[in-house]
Design a protein around this ligand. Sequence first.
Ligand code: NFS
Ligand code: SF4
Length: 649
Amino acid sequence: MAKEALSSNDRARDSASIEALNKAAADCVDTCFNRMDLQSNQCKFGTTGVCCRICHMGPCKITPKSPKGVCGADADTIVARNFLREVVGGTAAHSDHGRHLVLRLKKVAEGNGGGYQIKDEAALRRAARWYGLEEACKIKEAVALELADIFIGEFTSQEDPLKTLSLAPIKRQALWEQLNCKPEGIDRMCVEAMHRTHMGVDHDYKNLLMHAFRTSLADGWGGARVATICSDILFGTPSPLKSKVNLGVLGEKTVNVIVHGHEPELSEMLAVAVKTPEIQEYAKQAGAEGVTLAGICCTANEILMRHGIPVAGNFLQQELAIITGAVEMMITDVQCVMPSLPDVAKAYHTEIVSTSDMAKTVGATHLGFDPDDAMTSAKNLLKRAIDAYKKRDPKKVAIPKSNSPLVAGYSVEAIKYMLGGKFRGSFRPLNDAIIQGRIKGVVGIVGCNNPKSKMDEYMMVLTKELIKRDVLVIQTGCAAIACAKEGMLTPEAALEQAGPGLKEVCEAVGIAPVLHLGSCVDNSRILEAATEIVREGGLGDDLSQVPAVGVAPEWMSEKAIAIGCYFVASGVDVVLGHPFHIAGSENVTKFLNEETKELFGGSFHVAEDAHTAVAKIMEILNDAREKLGINKKAERKLLDMKDRRELNV
Ligand code: NFS
Ligand code: SF4
């Protein structure tokens, strides 16, 4: 039987979402929230990971009476196989996104960019140097072509490990080598994983899980990193800017167009097209004051970071945005797009438009986006949305008032610049603050929200509690949007709540206590930042020594699993707000939650509420500080020449 329905206040924390949920009920529109009630009695075989449907002798499920599948696979094998397949899903999603950008970069380099350009030449040349390319005497197109070919090799490499791994600290690279965990080409890792998990291939749970980590490294130090690098080259490296967030960014008198999904190619062009006089004029002729372009999910983060385009909401708000009755068009591409959107849209005048030939939804209008003529595609979409403005029914419109200011745009380059200034950009002030104990450590809060728990609650409480304890918080994805909704991404609000040490440092160097680093592929920026901390010196010579933790409080997607795995394989402890589907195997659980600590220097931890997470995180940070010998101010040890020589990074 379904659970008793929760009230809107139990489901959401921000007033805009609560209002929209109440409106959904009044309009008799189904959302993921009430579908969650209908699914609340979720299958225990699924949640514990012991259901196997890999071959057609099955499906098999493991119970005390039937401890093995028809083929003889036990719970360890089945759980590990299922887990590996989830990691492949996440890695493939991030990496395919990266691949599309690489192919675009290559076309731009060849002079067939279709309206895209190398917007950030400094980012291009910086990246070229990372990969050991001689760039100084070459024109930017030539450099871009060489770089694009290296990136394509990251997908196709059959025998050589990924070149991007060389961006990690040397000690970490050596550990991966020693553990035989260095991924070859991204595509090969995914294909091999599917092969290994086919009936009758790899049955050793540890062997399967090690491949899960190896595959995830092809995400974090492969596909995702490449996606971020290419986006910065093509669309610009973000730097801090102001914008606003929540459903209240939608306009009463403007045509509202929402971009939802992940890949920045289309949304970037829409962000440019929407400002053209042609589109603004067209909107005025239709009787609107203009066009409001806003984002949902990571597409939102991409155009927020670079253009300051407002964010309508995060993952759980995609249906709610339509329920405002004020959205003319929602343009989707790939990932995290609920198939329910056309159903929700039926109650209003909203048109759901899918644009990627690999991501169609029944009930959505498919208008394939042509990246080779992107500006025309973008303008056509906007004009079609403007044409729909007259269909808006004022009786069905209720836009919640709430919208909060935020500051986003913290790329690693921007953080360096803020910390050290234009000529001496460096992480030194941050490292010093950590060594001196004014900042206790750095915590990345990332990932989705999930109707299994009250929307954004865990992420908000955790963020507030951590900054209070002098922990610098960095965020990406829907977690960043969650905190922005409560003003926590404005330096003023966050500084007010930050502990004295963190506050002092933030005020002195002019950064906020909670930094928005971008979309989920931009979790690679977190790895980049952590590597900078190691390089800067004084906090160990590997990522596992830095007092840093990753947290995915309300995660739901396979991408979040892949991210968690590459954090752990990089030596960073990861706290999950709810467990993976692995409880059916004690061995798998022990491996992921304990034994990986020995292997990688980081492991998974589960903390089902924010306060438990705070305690766990502070324990991990303190432990790291203890090991570094920086836990007491008196014991502070400055880096001497000997230390510097030993700094093998
Ligand atoms: Ni990340 Fe970004 Fe959000 Fe979760 Fe989905 S949008 S890629 S997966 S839901 S954080
Ligand atoms: Fe059952 Fe084995 Fe087939 Fe899985 S692979 S469905 S456990 S017989």
